[in-house]
Design a protein around this ligand. Structure first.
Ligand code: ADP
Ligand code: GLC
Length: 479
């Protein structure tokens, strides 16, 4: 099959969160099964052209697309990674910014243009994809574009569209004027129209109602988004399409995340040599300016966002810090969470360390060096860090939601199969109790190693998930 894959981020080129990890591994895994993948990304100025061997394709220099009567120019760059072709749509005005996502008034056009340009490129290539695989709101208009601005082109007459939702909270919501700027039919933004939600143009809603198929990144989240608790206001549209919604769990790229081969961490180890993990623990403590110690080290690596549930710490952080522990936090995002952790560090500088910012190196060192990893998410479509933790023999304590519920089996409820700790309700007491349980079990070395072994032996490789996507593509093409 021929698959056109659009993503707004992709490892190793550009990353803000888990979508980049997924887009960095899934296409190669799908292509391995004799499919042809072409991955498209915006050419952000933030991408390191040299390091990633990006080359401009000269034939496309000065190309343009007309959108809403206005001409937009684009360039096309190319890079190959793991045998997969990656194409980058360039436009200095739109992509030379300080961050991948912005609050600028032209944020709508940054991604409308991206989608038009991708379709324009494949028209010029005369490449007719069986499936266009879209991800999140940044490419959710593709199905509608195929039904409107590009409907005349027979190249797409057999093309199916799949919209994968990585996070329903981000919907791409813009004013009604965006419809005209996007060259789309203006009657569809009238109250009750396809594009309209709460009086505004909602890209995600449009994608949900127009894609041939919708998937999300875990089975639990696929069910959750049908409810008002998790549906972010779009639950009724998900329900309307429920026979076309499925959940496929993300995998782990073991070229990047594998304690046996990881060249970022000081000491490699495997399930037979898990005790060597302590070398990484020492290195992590040293990095944090702390003395070496055998007491449990708790780790966090996260975007600082409402989704991630860090409010839960507020009521018990002081009690937690009275315990014989160390805690190392790596995160970036909303300032209120940065301030919260900074404040706590100022009260417990010997025990708590915050690295505010983004660091792939430290993310690896925490995953390898910590004993316990915390993810108290309000909601979590899939979550990758709990899976990385398993593979590195680091025990996760998570809220039982979305992909966390699908991957973490609570040891107290399932003593024979448990691989971590999972609390049910978004409630500080429940979270605190689970952390305390983990700290207590940490002293029972036999039990702990058993749990580590279960996690390290689990199969979260991409193979299974990629096969499920291929099955889904096949099913879509038969319809
Ligand atoms: P989300 O995509 O919602 O942020 P995921 O668990 O799916 O959550 O993926 C997050 C990815 O981003 C992981 O690879 C994680 O290691 C990485 N990450 C998050 N915050 C940071 C940070 N501050 N520094 C380095 N890596 C980070
Ligand atoms: C989103 C979700 C996260 C998921 C990631 C990759 O960012 O918040 O749970 O793992 O996408 O699918």
């Amino acid at each position: 099959m021929k698959i056109c894959y659009l993503s707004s981020e992709c490892v190793p080129f550009i990353k803000t969160g888990g979508l980049a990890d997924v887009s960095g591994s899934l296409p190669a895994e799908i292509q391995k099964n004799r499919n042809e993948m072409k991955v498209f990304l915006p050419l952000y100025d933030l991408i390191d052209y040299e390091k990633n061997n990006l080359e401009e394709i000269p034939e496309y220099a000065g190309s343009s697309v007309f959108i809403g009567g206005k001409e937009y120019f684009y360039s096309l760059h190319y890079a190959e990674r793991e045998g997969v072709s990656h194409f980058f749509i360039g436009n200095n005005d739109l992509y030379n910014r300080k961050s991948v996502y912005t609050n600028a008034p032209d944020e709508d056009m940054r991604f409308i243009f991206f989608q038009y340009a991708v379709l324009n490129v494949i028209q010029r290539m005369q490449w007719s994809p069986d499936v266009i695989h879209c991800h999140d709101w940044q490419s959710a208009l593709i199905p509608e574009l195929l039904k409107t601005s590009f409907s005349w082109d027979k190249l797409f007459s057999n093309t199916k569209t799949l919209l994968t939702i990585h996070n329903l909270a981000y919907q791409g919501i813009f004013g009604t004027k965006t419809v005209r700027d996007a060259g789309l039919p203006e009657n569809k933004i009238l109250p009750g129209g396809l594009y309209e939600h709460n009086g505004l143009f909602n890209f995600m809603k449009t994608g949900i109602l127009t894609a041939d198929y919708i998937s999300t990144v875990s089975q639990s989240y696929a069910e959750e988004i049908k409810t008002s608790e998790y549906g972010e206001g779009l639950q009724s549209f998900i329900q309307m399409r429920s026979d076309r919604v499925s959940g496929i769990l993300n995998g782990v790229d073991t070229l990047q995340w594998n304690p046996q081969t990881d060249n970022i961490i000081p000491q490699n180890y495997g399930v037979e040599s898990v005790l060597l993990k302590k070398v990484n623990k020492s290195a992590l403590l040293k990095f944090a300016g702390m003395q070496d110690t055998a007491v449990p080290v708790i780790g966090i690596v996260s975007r600082f966002a409402y989704q991630k549930g860090f409010e839960l710490f507020e009521s018990f952080i002081d009690s937690l810090m009275q315990k014989e522990i160390r805690m190392i936090v790596l995160g970036d995002g909303e300032s209120k969470y940065v301030d919260f952790f900074k404040n706590a560090v100022s009260r417990f500088p010997e025990k708590l360390f915050l690295h505010h910012g983004y660091s792939n190196e430290l993310a690896h060192l925490i995953t390898a060096g910590a004993d316990i990893f915390l993810m108290p998410s309000r909601y979590e479509p899939c979550g990758l860090n709990q899976m990385y933790s398993f593979i590195y023999g680091t025990i996760p304590v998570v809220r039982k939601t979305g992909g966390l519920a699908d991957t973490v089996t609570d040891i107290e409820d399932n003593p024979e199969t448990g691989n971590g700790y999972a609390f049910e309700n978004f409630e500080p007491g429940e979270f605190y109790n689970k952390i305390c349980k983990a700290l207590e079990h940490f002293n029972d070395k036999e039990k702990w190693i058993e749990m580590q072994t279960r996690g390290m032996n689990s199969d979260f490789t991409w193979g299974n998930s990629a096969n499920k996507y291929i099955e889904l593509y096949n099913k879509m093409c038969l319809h």
